[in-house]
Design a protein around this ligand. Structure first.
Ligand code: SF4
Length: 363
């Protein structure tokens, strides 16, 4: 039976999912996952910080807030050409979506012409576009949508009850209003949260209830594991239990059966086994590239190695404006996979072949 998309989830019911034995929960999540997705495909996005630091907001986890001394060097909005150059690199590395993030409370009207050009030109390269710029007015959302922006990221972060412990400079309702403006403008929504802020189990369930009960549900749901940065108020938080994190992925998958559930910040801390279990639990999107806004992300090659070991292929874009471009992307990914293959010692191959592989590695 096909998993229904529901918008009437309650916290108690979600807590009951969390309480399932681990194997039962993962089995159920995998069953739901296979009804809507190819279980061996993972969507790959690249994230670029187009304007870093000096943000006036006070999100306690964020090294980009101007209120915390994290040693992060603030940068102005990048030149359009620089952004496009990075987008070309991302495309060549196999990304199907290019996400551009700016550390702002909201974009100013003077920034809009630059942002619109970035969207138009990245889109013209044949990639999906995503931006995260803070709060958006209805008019800004419409202008970005008209320029061709596919996705807008704006996270709910945590439950409404716990939210005030983490951010005081914008309300939960402000966030919901921005999401509504994005939806009304016809864009897809990327919205998720962060685990490890000091929230309770109820708060984790509460966040997922908020996300799943949006109608329609967000197309993309990033689940972040707190990256503790010295200088931020949350630098000393306890580590998240890896099994708890995998459970959240599984519950998100069950509640939002048609959304892409994304492994986002914190992936650097996850070993291959944990990431593999996250994929089994229904995660089917990752950020690819060496920087996740301002924190480290596993480099491209280690991702390719993991994909190869798990038999995972990068998901191809569904809408194909240019079939030739699509084919080129697939070829790049195949070349990357072959390159990653060269990094493995294959005992079934003769030694001379192995040394050829070794020389490839040094190139
Ligand atoms: S999370 Fe976003 S809004 Fe909050 S401080 Fe960081 S950059 Fe600013």
């Amino acid at each position: 039976m096909e998993a229904l998309v529901r918008h009437d989830w309650r916290v108690a019911e979600v807590n009951a999912l969390f309480a399932l034995p681990f194997n039962d929960l993962l089995f159920r999540a995998q069953q739901v996952h296979r009804q809507h997705f190819d279980a061996n495909q993972v969507q790959v996005s690249t994230l670029l910080s187009i304007k870093t630091g000096a943000c006036p907001e006070d999100c306690k986890y964020c090294p980009q807030s101007a209120r915390y001394k994290t040693g992060l060097e603030a940068e102005r909005l990048m030149e359009v050409e620089q952004v496009l150059e990075r987008a070309r690199e991302a495309k060549a590395a196999g990304s199907s979506r290019f996400c551009m993030g700016a550390a702002w409370r909201n974009p100013h009207d003077r920034d809009m012409p630059y942002l619109l050009r970035m969207v138009q030109e990245v889109k013209a390269m044949g990639m999906e576009t995503c931006m995260t710029l803070g709060m958006l007015t209805a008019d800004q959302a419409l202008r970005l949508a008209d320029a061709g922006l596919d996705y807008y990221n704006h996270n709910l972060d945590t439950s409404p009850e716990f939210y005030g412990e983490i951010i005081s400079t914008r309300t939960y309702q402000d966030r919901l209003d921005t999401l509504q403006n994005v939806r009304d403008a016809g864009m897809k929504i990327c919205s998720g949260g962060i685990v490890g802020l000091g929230e309770s189990a109820n708060d984790r369930a509460g966040l997922l209830v908020q996300l799943a009960n949006l109608s329609p549900q967000p197309e993309s749901v990033p689940i972040n594991m707190l990256v503790k940065v010295q200088g931020t108020p949350l630098a000393q938080q306890d580590e998240v239990d890896p099994f708890d994190f995998i459970r959240i992925i599984a519950v998100a998958r069950i509640m939002m059966p048609t959304s892409h559930v994304r492994l986002s910040a914190g992936r650097e801390k996850m070993n291959d086994q944990m990431q593999a279990l996250c994929f089994l639990a229904g995660a089917n999107s990752i950020f690819y590239g060496c920087k996740l806004l301002t924190t480290a992300n596993p480099d491209e090659n280690s991702d390719m190695q993991l994909f190869k070991r798990l038999g995972i292929l990068p998901e191809q874009r569904v809408q194909k404006p240019d079939l030739m471009q699509e084919q080129a992307l697939h070829e790049v990914m195949q070349a990357k996979r072959d390159d990653a293959e060269a990094l493995f010692y294959d005992a079934t191959k003769p030694r001379s072949k192995q040394s050829q592989l070794g020389s490839l590695r040094r190139d």
